[in-house]
Design a protein around this ligand. Sequence first.
Ligand code: B12
Ligand SMILES: *[C@@H]1O[C@H](CO)[C@@H](O)[C@H](O)[C@H]1NC(C)=O
Ligand SMILES: *[C@@H]1O[C@H](CO)[C@@H](O)[C@H](O)[C@H]1NC(C)=O
Ligand SMILES: *[C@@H]1O[C@H](CO)[C@@H](O)[C@H](O)[C@H]1NC(C)=O
Ligand SMILES: *[C@@H]1O[C@H](CO)[C@@H](O)[C@H](O)[C@H]1NC(C)=O
Ligand SMILES: *[C@@H]1O[C@H](CO)[C@@H](O)[C@H](O)[C@H]1NC(C)=O
Ligand SMILES: *[C@@H]1O[C@H](CO)[C@@H](O)[C@H](O)[C@H]1NC(C)=O
Length: 417
Amino acid sequence: MAWFALHLLNLLWALAGTSTQTQSSCSVPASEQSLVNGIQVLMEDSVTSSALPNPSILIAMNLAGAYGLEAQKLLTYELMASDPADLTTGQLALTVMALTSSCRDPGNKVSILQSQMQKWAPSSPNADASAFYSPSLAILALCQKNSEATLPIAVRFAKTLLASSSPFSVDTGAVATLALTCMYNKIPVGSEESYRDLFGQVLKNIVENISARIKDNGIIGDIYSTGLAMQALSVTPEKPRKEWNCEMTMNTIFDEIKQGKFQNPMSIAQILPSLRGKTYLDVPHVTCSPGVETQPTLPSQLTPAPTSASNITVTYTINNQLRGVDLLFNVTINVSVKNGSVLLVVLEEAERKNPMFKFETTMTSWGPIVSSINNIAENANHKTYWEFLSGSTPLNQGVAYYVPFNKEHITANFTQY
Ligand code: B12
Ligand SMILES: *[C@@H]1O[C@H](CO)[C@@H](O)[C@H](O)[C@H]1NC(C)=O
Ligand SMILES: *[C@@H]1O[C@H](CO)[C@@H](O)[C@H](O)[C@H]1NC(C)=O
Ligand SMILES: *[C@@H]1O[C@H](CO)[C@@H](O)[C@H](O)[C@H]1NC(C)=O
Ligand SMILES: *[C@@H]1O[C@H](CO)[C@@H](O)[C@H](O)[C@H]1NC(C)=O
Ligand SMILES: *[C@@H]1O[C@H](CO)[C@@H](O)[C@H](O)[C@H]1NC(C)=O
Ligand SMILES: *[C@@H]1O[C@H](CO)[C@@H](O)[C@H](O)[C@H]1NC(C)=O
């Protein structure tokens, strides 16, 4: 029966077009165009030969229509040359999509990704939500390259997601929605309905959960999950019961951009497609023309006012109470830094005053992540990491971008996800 269904599907698959899905999206008003141009330029300017090549930036550039052709060429070249053995599954998936968006053949990267996903073992039922983030990216990339061969992988993924009891995450839910919507759209209508039913049911669950996290001001999850969530809500075949007000979401995002909350190039890469009315599902349909450098209209003032000369005091605590880790500690220090400094400066000043506050960072697509403090290092196998909090609220930015205020109490707490 299963064999027959698959066989029938094979026959129908060739006939299936990219089914036309109406996109519920909104567009940027003329008055805010220069603001969006401004963050796009900021993102493109972050591309240099010394920076880690970031596939998400190439995807965003190509979907939005690149301004800087040199940056586009450099990134495409670097990603073509990247060795799949040096990449995680999620990075490999983003690289495949990035090369596709530049109209390049990803070559053996697709088959390597496919065999990694064939081996993908659903982690324990109580896996954290982020365990599904990279697999979702992989299914999205594979669906765009060869949806037919991806069907068994996507079916297994969807069933695992349905059975999972992990808490919901908007970022992960959004990428899973894009992946399963891609699969859903590729299944020929009239063929074995149970696959469409399965994907449809999972999509319905996820979309209701995303919709439940739309705040009164339009933010979906937090401001940095909103871009991916907008993509998800604009493509899903399963509309949420609660209507989504796209204009309100956009207006709040414009305010956040004006407040300087989108300085991190990766944060721009995740919001820009939605502001240009595009989603990751458009990656295979980008038209690559030879192109000419264009000069966008830029806002008069993009970055927030420079910092004043005065110093502020920040209280900084490092805390490790995790049992099973040898060295338990809970130490606090007061440091004085120039007003407007990022949190990283606080950590450096603390380390200078007291060697117990020594720390290490690892470079990632979002910037430096604090990987170790006082010789206690994060460990993916143990799911441990250094969580940063202001008072008792987790920070929503990393140490290289977060700007502490006077008398703020920052804690780095060694914990598990
Ligand atoms: C999974 C995840 C984590 C995991 C990463 C380890 C793992 N399990 O793989 C853990 C739990 C450790 C984590 C930690 C943090 N995270 Co996180 N994380 C994610 C998530 C959901 C997916 C990332 C991913 O797998 N990408 C796919 C792979 C292919 O890309 P990658 O570049 O190789 O991924 C790496 C980086 O993303 C890095 N990373 C993950 N989070 C963060 C955060 C910062 C600031 C940096 C520099 C790097 C980083 O870890 C990934 C695996 O190595 C994203 C969601 C998103 N929209 O991107 C949030 C996200 C990136 N995280 C975020 C935040 C805020 C944090 C924390 C600062 C939270 C806190 N209060 O402590 C900490 C980092 C603190 C520190 N020590 O410096 C924000 C960043 C927003 C911003 N403007 O900077 C995001 C966007 C979530 C959100 N919507 O707000 N995170
Ligand atoms: C939200 O997701 C959970 C699983 O994470 C699922 O059981 C539940 O049905 C979803 N909620 C809604 C309202 O769809
Ligand atoms: C750690 O130190 C802080 C500040 O001194 C204190 O408020 C907190 O209760 C301590 N926590 C533990 C677990 O000892
Ligand atoms: C830090 O400063 C605050 C306020 O001035 C003070 O109450 C606290 O005792 C100081 N903590 C340390 C560890 O010096
Ligand atoms: C002000 O902050 C800087 C670091 O940003 C530090 O080097 C300096 O010592 C501080 N000045 C005072 C008076 O604490
Ligand atoms: C720090 O700078 C901000 C504006 O950049 C200002 O609102 C705040 O009052 C300053 N704080 C101190 C203690 O100078
Ligand atoms: C710090 O981490 C410990 C260990 O995971 C946890 O029990 C505690 O609740 C965390 N504290 C805060 C403030 O999050």
